[in-house]
Ligand binder design. Structure first.
Ligand code: DX5
Ligand code: ZN
Length: 221
């Protein structure tokens, strides 16, 4: 299955966000990962609809919006109108996950469900067929620049096995602490969408993104 780089703009220079997004896209990123934080589900606050709307003209790439927000269904329509293509909600933040998943799909967006490190993949058993992507958090959400928690890769393996046994080719995205040094391990575990914040925006954006794309090409051999 296709491997996708999803640079997380949380690590970008917010004073030049449009330019940073354009550069990452030009270097081969298929998704732009956008971290929305509400100060409740996670301790920090990032940004919301106006920022997403203002960077939308800088690229046609998929806006992959990661909602670290309590009851994210409240903002689904506003996110779609701001430019989200794929809306990813946390299982832990939705009291009625099935309803929220349906709502996102009815709004015409792709649907992702995210799991915190300590949440087992089995919680998604009943809803796996309804989602386009599962996001396995490899750090506790809330901040960029953390170290990947190794046991979370076992969850990626379990999930890929489960999807295979159901005959589903659902995307598995991994988010948190992904670097050029551990990317191969993450792909081997069964993920095919890699979020990278500091590893892309924490230096030369073009060089970093291109290095990930080269690694994908080597991996698929
Ligand atoms: C963490 C966010 C991540 C973060 C990743 O809560 O969901 O997307 O920006 O940043 P890095 O790649 O620096 O760990
Ligand atoms: Zn994220």
């Amino acid at each position: 299955m296709g491997m996708i780089l999803a640079p997380s703009i949380l690590a970008a220079d917010f004073a030049h966000l449009g330019k940073a997004v354009g550069q990452a896209a030009l270097a081969g990123a298929e998704y732009i990962h956008i971290d929305v934080m509400d100060g409740m589900f996670v301790p920090s606050i990032s940004f919301g609809m106006p920022v997403i709307r203002s960077i939308r003209p800088y690229t046609d790439k998929v806006f992959d919006v990661h909602m670290m927000v309590e009851e994210p269904g409240r903002y689904a329509e506003a996110m779609r109108d701001a430019g989200a293509d794929l809306l990813c909600v946390h299982q832990e933040a939705c009291r009625h996950l099935d309803r929220t998943v349906r709502q996102i799909r009815e709004l015409g967006m792709k649907v992702g469900v995210a799991l915190n490190p300590s949440t087992p993949v089995s919680v998604l058993d009943c809803i796996l067929e309804q989602v386009d992507m599962v996001l396995v958090m490899t750090v506790n959400p809330g901040f960029g620049g953390q170290k990947l928690i190794p046991y979370t890769l076992e969850k990626v393996r379990q999930l890929r096995c489960r999807l295979d046994s159901l005959g589903l080719d659902t995307d598995i995205e991994v988010d948190g602490g992904v670097t050029l040094d551990n990317a191969r391990q993450v792909l081997e575990a069964g993920a095919n969408i890699l979020v990278a914040g500091s590893a892309v925006f924490g230096g030369d954006i073009t060089e970093n993104a291109q290095a990930f794309i080269r690694l994908f090409e080597e991996f698929s051999g």
